[in-house]
Ligand binder design. Sequence first.
Ligand SMILES: [Zn+2]
Ligand SMILES: [Zn+2]
Length: 646
Amino acid sequence: MTEISLTLPSGEQKTIPAGTTVAEALKELVSNKERKQTIAARLDDRLVDLSAPIDADAAFAPITVDSPEALEILRHSAAHVMAEAVLALFGKDVQVAIGPAIADGFYYDFDRAEPFTPDDLARIEEKMQELIALAAPFSRETMSSAQAIALFEKSGQPYKVELLNDLGAETVSLYRQGDFVDLCRGPHLPHAGWLKAVKVIKLAGAYWRGDEKNQMLQRIYGTAFFDPKDLKAYLLQIEEAKKRDHRKLGKELELFAVSDQVGPGLILWQPKGALLRKIIEDHWREEHYKNGYELLFTPHIARRDMWKTSGHLDFYGENMFSAMEIEEVSYQLKPMNCPFHIAIYNTRKRSYREFPLRWCELGTVYRFEKTGALHGLMRVRGFTQDDAHIFCRPDHLEEEIFNILDLNLHILKTFGFESYEVYLSTRPEKSVGSDEHWDQATAALKLALEKKGLAYAIDPGEGVFYGPKIDIKIKDVLGRSWQCSTIQVDFNLPERFEMSYTGEDGKEHQPIMIHRALMGSLERFIGVLIEHYAGAFPVWLAPAQARIMNITDAQSAYAEEVYAELRRAGVRVEKDLRNEKLNYKIREAQMQKIPYMLIIGDKEVEARQVTVRLRNGDNLPAMSISEFAALIAGENEAGRTGACNS
Ligand SMILES: [Zn+2]
Ligand SMILES: [Zn+2]
């Protein structure tokens, strides 16, 4: 018998007879305890089932329930069981499409004339539990593509036939558990009994292969975990996320609205939302000015010709609103601010002595998004980018990127975000610019990240065609990641717009351009903020910092006095002097998540004080109006500098 050699993760080499299955090999290679936790294995770069034979020398690693790959295998297996359950319940009028694992779970797409109901989902989950109790093994079969096509034609599964035809492979693998057979690469769990924590979550529509010209299918989402405790925690998190949904809170707290009359994806900022936005904008502008940026304002439309020069019409046309005619010239709503900043650059000759130029703008742009893709503040048709462009020489790049990162992380910290995922995207196959420029810019981005002490992952080939970039995702209080900041080097636009500067050598050179947004868009960032804080903003951000309430009409005059004085002192204050019970007023202020309630009774009038109640129900000792104004000023300062978040 031929012997083959396996290299274990420890580096140790072991020999086993060729053809030994993974399961048999595990008995020799790992402890019993580890073996019982193993669901699959990695042979070199390939994930395989426990039943797979090992035919050649390879690096061998068991995939245990704790391995990063394990959850995907579990969830993909759960998708198969869901399809099995749906076919068992709804029989022959259902066709199955595809069922992958996704970030939070899995789904399977079904073609069925009748829509599934919430009751159906409950039945499907019940059926899945029955099937899981049978613990049927997932068994792998390989056959010729022609045989597989015949099999799926016979069982009336045209989507599988289409997939097989497109795949055009000679041989394919199928997985069978119970009565269900699926076209699949695998690997899978050894048997369905591993599915100890499975939940059917929701139903949605999805086009076959994501193409709206195709049949609309019914997508059932589910999730699965190895440990029921993890499933419970996940479901709690979904509940929590629902409570924090910025669309729900935006309505309750009267922050923003969308009106059918105005149009979908166009945000109307109500007074409180507008105030919140103003506070964020002021903070943003101040921080930029302090850090050597100049502020710009540019128009919302420009000649269509400019968008030809910029290349947007060619590369970005489908995301742009249609043109409009003014005096027989075509104009276009802006999807980006960059060409306007370049136009300002090109208003006169530039010298290296002015560099680096740091120009920023809260620039409102318009992009076409399908109605179905719109989502509250997160996905809209008109939004304000917190944009900036830096024009500099190649040798400025590293320092400028470092400074951007510094300002970026500082601003994010002031908003309460201190946990990030950072990605560096390198040159894609289709790209402009010389190798030298790409190498230099990529090295500068890396150095700046390292100098800033930021751990990052490299996304090979995921850069934009015009230059490498850094993306930063922030983590919110529920641990969800949100794409937020982006820093992009651009070799393309300076070329297209023939930008130049006079260098030290007296000759003309092309500047480097950096595009950069910290928050991404104000709309989306505020959406994330609402969910992160569940609407209970820190004092420096809260649109209403305090609400005054009297106990009876007898204190109205003094309450008005307090109101006027606090407004003059710069406190964002409201008043509730209605003839209602105090408890009722307090409850309403709490629902509005207002940080401070200032309660005024006869005692307070006499002492010329206010009693201060916090939104969590605690009370502070009574204080004078100026003492309260000083308290708020202190909170504002702590918030703006990020001191309260360190
Ligand atoms: Zn599969
Ligand atoms: Zn730009």
